[in-house]
Design a protein around this ligand. Sequence first.
Ligand SMILES: [Zn+2]
Length: 93
Amino acid sequence: MKEDNGCPGCSGTEFAPTHVKDVVRCKTCGGIISRPGKVVPAVATLLFVKDKMKGGCEHPRYFDFTYRSEAHGDATRVHGWYDPADGMVVQYG
Ligand SMILES: [Zn+2]
């Protein structure tokens, strides 16, 4: 799959689909992103990235989602780096 917009993490342009609609994985850096202009269910973020922070990890991966908050229904963008080993967030933004 090719996207017009590159990966926000590494500018790669080759993506593989995931089992979540409109969420793709960058073939270059392994980052997971929602496709440009798409709002994904909040549950999609929880499949890959836990809402817990830790200090650091050796090989973090990028994430960038626009998801619809279950609480208010607003579209919210969340992005940063997470540890693929345990899904915990290493850094936001
Ligand atoms: Zn990438």
